[in-house]
Ligand binder design. Structure first.
Ligand SMILES: C[S@@+](CC[C@H](N)C(=O)[O-])C[C@H]1O[C@@H](n2cnc3c(N)ncnc32)[C@H](O)[C@@H]1O
Length: 234
């Protein structure tokens, strides 16, 4: 099973966006440096999302291998490594990965961090106990998200925790999605998904037959809305 042309197309746009246009904005957003009111809500929502996703993994992660798929500047990877995990953190953006390396290095307590530039679907990434993908699949079409999950799932033992943008009436009305940043550096459009549709696609994919849908939580704070969903191996 190969990534589709629409996945590859989107991936290239995202690489350009996160490696050029948005690097400075992401670098700042992912620190405590002052930001405007709108971005402050995004930061608050993202912090809560990171805590939620990290909280769905076992507290003691010593000896566990985790893939952070689309790690950005590495905060979630570092949090999991601080609990003892060996985290392989991969991202398309060379600049964000360099920044993550600068910020966190390769060891935290008993944990290890291995930052890699590339596509999360790359097979050389080997096998993992858990995969986290925080807001890194949100720009892809529903069918490409499910294909990506199916491809990744073949290399995962226990669970995959990822986020999607839920299609809600409030979001539709606000037209707020994708407007975290000024027009000049606005991200490639997000792809809001109906949760029921996403669940149906996952349930219908034969490659995901051994996976059960688990916990889900939508986090909405001002201009940030995203929903975490857990898939567990049966
Ligand atoms: C919205 S950012 C989130 C970053 C990080 N997970 C966080 O929450 O701070 C999305 C990230 O996913 C990365 N990304 C998107 N598609 C990817 C792919 N196919 N493989 C690896 N990284 C990808 C982007 O380069 C970007 O850094």
């Amino acid at each position: 099973m190969m990534p589709t042309p629409s996945y590859l197309d989107r991936r290239d746009q995202l690489e350009t966006y996160f490696d050029r246009t948005a690097v400075d904005a992401w670098a700042r957003l992912t620190t405590d440096a002052p930001v405007g009111r709108i971005r402050a809500t995004v930061r608050e929502g993202r912090n809560e999302m990171r805590t939620t996703m990290a909280g769905w993994l076992p507290e003691d992660l010593r000896g566990r291998r985790i893939l952070d798929a689309g790690c950005g500047t590495g905060a979630l990877a570092a949090e999991l490594a601080s609990r003892g995990a060996h985290v392989v953190a991969v991202d398309l953006s060379e600049k964000l990965v360099s920044l993550a390396r600068e910020r966190y290095g390769s060891r935290i307590g008993d944990g290890h961090l291995d930052f890699v530039v590339g596509d999360m679907l790359h097979a050389r990434l080997e096998t993992f106990d858990h995969v986290v993908a925080m807001d890194s699949l949100i720009h892809y079409d529903a069918s490409d998200i499910v294909k990506a999950l199916a491809l990744i799932s073949g290399r995962v033992k226990h669970s995959i925790v990822f986020t999607f943008i839920p299609r809600t009436p409030i979001l539709a009305a606000m037209h707020a999605v994708g407007r975290f940043f000024p027009k000049s550096d606005r991200s490639p459009s997000l792809r809001p998904l109906g949760e029921t549709h996403l669940r149906q696609l996952i349930a219908a994919d034969p490659a995901l037959a051994r996976w059960q849908l688990g916990r889900t939580r939508c986090i909405a704070r001002g201009f940030y809305t995203s929903q975490a969903l857990e898939l567990s191996a049966s």
